[in-house]
Design a protein around this ligand. Structure first.
Ligand code: AMP
Length: 301
């Protein structure tokens, strides 16, 4: 099966403050983190828009990592910008500012090859854009999406329409509660299954991940780190390792999904060790495998 992943999402310039430092206009965005992680497992083609102010070196960097960036449109206007702040609880970011820039008017158009994609990842962005991409894909076999409070609050009807066509949804626990209206995550899973997805992945920051399927549930802790520097992109990086593993395997059975959760957690654990995509860029395959083995030891009983 063709394992190439078609991914749409934000490509951004992030300004971030954590208790350990800050960065201005650093390379970020949901699809950026996603593709930098997923490329270890499967080829990735990205659909996004940036403004003329987006440094060309960022696109070069992504193509240098093997990501197909031919679907990134450079448009008149400004790049998406996100400003976030983390306190000592690094599990949740406080959004200080979101500037959609060119994403406010972005109309994605897929080429012939992209339309034939089998695996589609709709990274966090306007659900109207996620749906516009999905509508153009002829016969996808695996569709996953991510989202966040910004869109759950602002574009709920569109998000609910999207959910009907999605196999897998990933979001953090607060977003899951906001979307489903259920405080309890087991009940939230039932709500998800009734609204489209058959797999519901709840990201809980340093407390790990709960993956609900209709016939099994899998819990994994986050990899134990001594220092977390910047959690930005942890969720998208997790999604990259997770979806990359599923696309490579071409299956959605319990053993594959469990393995995908651990690879996702390994990738996320590396990403949070430094600002922006710094650690993902220097990351090597053997380091991923080494932490994957440590994960097994950490959770064996
Ligand atoms: P994460 O930490 O994995 O949840 O994602 C962080 C990334 O999401 C940052 O690099 C931001 O640029 C991007 N981001 C923040 N807000 C939004 C939004 N409303 N839509 C799309 N992407 C966003």
């Amino acid at each position: 099966m063709n394992s190439r992943i078609l991914a749409v999402g934000s490509m951004a310039l992030d300004s971030i403050e954590t208790p350990f430092g800050k960065a201005e206009d650093a390379l970020g965005g949901s699809v950026t983190y996603f593709s930098a992680a997923a490329r270890f497992f499967a080829p990735v083609s990205v659909v996004a828009a940036v403004g003329k102010d987006f440094p060309a070196k960022h696109l070069k960097l992504l193509s240098g990592l093997g990501v197909d960036t031919s679907g990134v449109r450079i448009e008149d206007g400004k790049t998406f910008r996100w400003k976030g702040h983390y306190g000592f609880d690094l599990n949740s970011a406080k959004t200080l500012k979101t500037e959609l820039g060119v994403f406010a008017t972005f109309k994605p158009e897929l080429d012939r090859a992209q339309r034939r994609s089998k695996t589609v990842f709709l990274a966090n962005i306007d659900p109207d854009i996620q749906r516009a991409v999905l509508k153009q894909v002829e016969n996808p076999s695996l569709v996953a999406c991510d989202t966040m409070n910004y869109w759950i609050g602002g574009k709920r009807p569109s998000l609910l329409k999207l959910l009907r066509r999605v196999d897998v949804i990933l979001c953090n626990d607060a977003e899951a509660r906001e979307l489903t209206g259920e405080v309890n995550l087991v009940k939230a899973a039932r709500w998800m299954f009734a609204h489209g997805p058959k797999l519901f992945v709840v990201k809980k920051g340093e407390h790990g991940v709960i993956c609900f399927a209709k016939n099994f549930t899998f819990l994994a802790p986050a990899f134990l780190l001594e220092s977390v520097f910047d959690p930005t992109g942890a969720g998208d990086t997790f999604a990259g390792g997770f979806m990359g593993t599923l696309a490579k395997a071409g299956r959605l059975d319990s053993a594959t999904v469990r393995k995908a959760v651990i690879y996702g957690s390994v990738l996320a654990s590396y990403n949070v060790e430094s600002f922006s995509l710094k650690r993902l860029i220097s990351l090597k395959r053997f380091e991923i495998e080494s932490r994957y083995r440590q994960f097994r030891k950490l959770t064996e009983f």
